[in-house]
Design a protein around this ligand. Structure first.
Ligand SMILES: NC(=O)c1ccc[n+]([C@@H]2O[C@H](COP(=O)([O-])OP(=O)(O)OC[C@H]3O[C@@H](n4cnc5c(N)ncnc54)[C@H](OP(=O)(O)O)[C@@H]3O)[C@@H](O)[C@H]2O)c1
Length: 195
């Protein structure tokens, strides 16, 4: 697959290197190269700060392209993070009609994607995806598997705001020194069972 990455920072490098190792063609676009980068890719990863999105989205046409939104609208709040905006993926979809937006890869730090493996305590990392377009979801599922992780369909794009809020909540736990992984039971114990 040809993947154009807008941004050349931590997430661009970590995800781009992983996809390149899996055989995909990658082009990272710095400032001034956004139009060519979008035109290059069948898939575009937005790997810029949320504050840059309005500018970035105004520079190219995304019609019919799969657009992966890994952004978090984090703003510092004391020793933690809050969201400066509560529905970024929906905003992207509204501002670029025809783009097939999928929210993904926003929960884990770039270091997780830069590592060689993503198996923790014997379980492969799961990556929630929110999107409305079947073809785009299938593409992003493939890209998740190529990074040796497991895609999880987490609903339409209207649910991406919960994934965005989850990132701020989880980071709050991690910053407080709590293991976010410990706060949820496994699926088989998640609901009340009959006596
Ligand atoms: N890092 C993580 O662990 C992580 C995890 C999950 C999600 N995210 C999200 O992923 C996104 C990228 O994070 P990152 O850590 O990769 O950031 P980063 O290392 O700071 O890189 C940001 C990139 O965006 C570019 N950029 C900034 N403003 C731009 C503009 N107006 N036009 C074009 N390019 C612009 C920067 O270029 P310059 O160098 O020229 O400024 C840089 O290449 C953010 O939304 C973040 O919330 C990050």
């Amino acid at each position: 697959m040809r993947i154009g990455i807008i941004g050349a920072g931590q997430m661009a490098r970590a995800l781009g290197n992983g996809w390149a190792a899996a055989g995909h063609e990658i082009r990272c676009g710095r400032r001034g190269e956004i139009r060519e980068t979008v035109e290059f890719g069948e898939v575009t990863l937005l790997a810029v700060p949320v504050s840059a999105l309005t500018d970035v989205l105004s520079q190219a046409g995304f019609d019919g392209r799969t657009v992966i939104d890994c952004t978090n609208a984090f703003e510092p709040d004391g020793g933690s993070m809050v969201l400066g905006e509560d529905a970024v993926a929906e905003r992207i979809a509204k501002s670029v009609p025809g783009a097939r937006v999928v929210k993904a890869f926003n929960l884990c730090a770039a270091e997780v994607w830069a590592a060689s493996e993503r198996v923790f305590e014997g379980r492969r990392l799961a990556v929630p995806l929110c999107g409305d377009d079947e073809e785009a979801l299938v593409r992003v599922e493939e890209l998740v598997r190529d990074l040796k992780a497991e895609p999880v369909r987490a609903g339409g794009l209207s649910r991406a705001r919960y994934l965005e809020a989850m990132s701020a909540f989880v980071v709050g736990l991690w910053f407080a020194g709590a293991d976010a992984r410990a706060v949820l039971p496994p699926l088989e114990a998640a609901f009340a069972v009959e006596d």
